[in-house]
Design a protein around this ligand. Structure first.
Ligand SMILES: Cc1cc2nc3c(=O)[nH]c(=O)nc-3n(C[C@H](O)[C@H](O)[C@H](O)COP(=O)(O)O)c2cc1C
Length: 375
């Protein structure tokens, strides 16, 4: 029996980490052979992790968050927070790439606009075991604009093409992907997006995640840039129809698993979920393995998710880490359940106290589970 096919639903995370790492390595080898870094198998059914993924989110999708998401869904593709190429190359910031083997399938996102620097950063990412390296062409924050990368690159497709070509040459074993917007500022998305995709695809990129709204680079905060510019999902669906040979995932404002499935039904290759996956992780991720990937494993209960997290949290505490660093990402686990407020309150207050341990998690669980079960 191969590691990839063992039943992992009851295996502790650390052990599963080893198994999944082996599976990921096997997947990498298969991926390199067929040019698709994220293809794996569930039993004998091909599984493309990029059909359903959790978006890169600064300060949110750190390694603790990803381990938590992985405890809910084994198959969803996870992304790191954006790491700037400059920080990696100049600052010796390899620690920003640290990850648990059990997080795979996992992609790293880079920010940058200088081909040589991105190439060097991509090489480092490949050495650190990432099979997918994603370039951020969607982030509108001031900091990102001043470095002239992120969403502002929507106006410079030729430069993006140079960047991804350099990254691919430097990291031939990894798949280079792009996450972009439909346009920025005064650009007319219908007019510019096809040309952007064509130019970047000609440089070798086959997979895009498209956030279905413009970024307004002047006058809107990054937060407002995720809500104020209107969504245009239809345009992303149209891009998939027009560029059938490209793998296109849709992102932006998708809040339920049913909505995600509906987009897959419209022909999109993947769905990328950001805020909803963070805020209501169980609702988005728990049924994804069964309903999106067709995996035979049973849907874990919230309690089983907590059981899976315990060994990881215990290791973290033993190594001197703070409980809150992990549990801050878990506050949404019971979202929508009766008792969710107590869960959040006990966990958020208790976990921040110096020396807080697993007893805080147990107390929060004891407060919510009987209420949730009685409803
Ligand atoms: C807190 C936060 C941080 C984000 N950081 C990044 C980032 O590092 N890179 C990126 O490409 N997008 C980033 N985004 C944008 C998300 O990846 C996603 O495109 C956006 O939230 C829209 O998807 P949603 O409506 O499903 O949340 C961030 C979003 C949030 C809420």
């Amino acid at each position: 029996m191969t590691a990839a096919r063992r039943d992992v639903s009851t295996t502790p995370l650390t052990e599963r980490g080893k198994m999944w790492n082996n599976a990921a390595k096997a997947g990498d080898r298969a991926g390199r052979a067929n040019g698709r870094g994220m293809n794996r198998e569930i039993g004998s059914v091909p599984c493309d992790a990029s059909r359903f993924c959790v978006a890169p989110m600064m300060d949110w999708t750190d390694r603790h968050c990803r381990v938590f998401h992985r405890a809910i869904s084994r198959h969803a593709l996870l992304y790191t927070e954006m790491v700037t190429a400059a920080a990696l190359v100049r600052g010796g910031a390899r620690h920003l790439l640290a990850h648990d083997a059990g997080e795979h399938p996992l992609a790293v996102q880079l920010g940058g606009a200088e081909p040589h620097e991105l190439a060097a950063a991509a090489r480092i990412c490949a050495e650190e075991g990432f099979g997918e390296i994603n370039l951020n062409v969607g982030c509108p924050s001031d900091r990102v604009q001043s470095g002239c990368f992120g969403a502002v690159l929507m106006e410079r497709p030729a430069l993006v093409a140079d960047c991804v070509a350099a990254m691919a040459a430097a990291a031939p074993g990894a798949e280079i992907t792009v996450k972009c917007r439909i346009g920025v500022d005064r650009q007319i998305p219908e007019a510019v997006l096809p040309g952007f995709l064509e130019t970047v695809a000609a440089a070798g990129v086959r997979r895009f995640a498209i956030h279905a709204r413009k970024a307004w680079l002047q006058g809107l905060s990054p937060r407002d840039n995720r809500t104020v510019p209107p969504l245009d999902h239809a345009l992303v669906v149209a891009m998939k129809r027009r560029f059938a040979h490209l793998t296109i995932a849709i992102n932006g404002g998708i809040g339920t698993l049913d909505a995600a499935r509906a987009f897959l039904g419209q022909g999109l290759d993947g769905v990328m979920i950001g805020r909803a996956a963070y805020q209501t992780p169980y609702d988005l991720l728990a049924r994804a393995d069964r309903d999106i990937f067709g995996a035979p494993s049973p849907v874990p209960s919230r309690g089983e998710v907590l059981d899976r997290m315990r060994p990881f949290i215990a290791d973290h505490l033993r190594a001197g880490g703070r409980l809150h660093a992990i549990t801050r990402h878990m506050l949404g686990l019971y979202a929508g359940c009766p008792g969710a407020r107590q869960w959040r309150r006990i966990l958020s207050e208790g976990a921040q106290r110096p020396g807080a341990g697993l007893d805080v998690l147990d107390a929060a669980r004891a407060a919510v589970e009987p209420v949730a079960a009685a409803s």
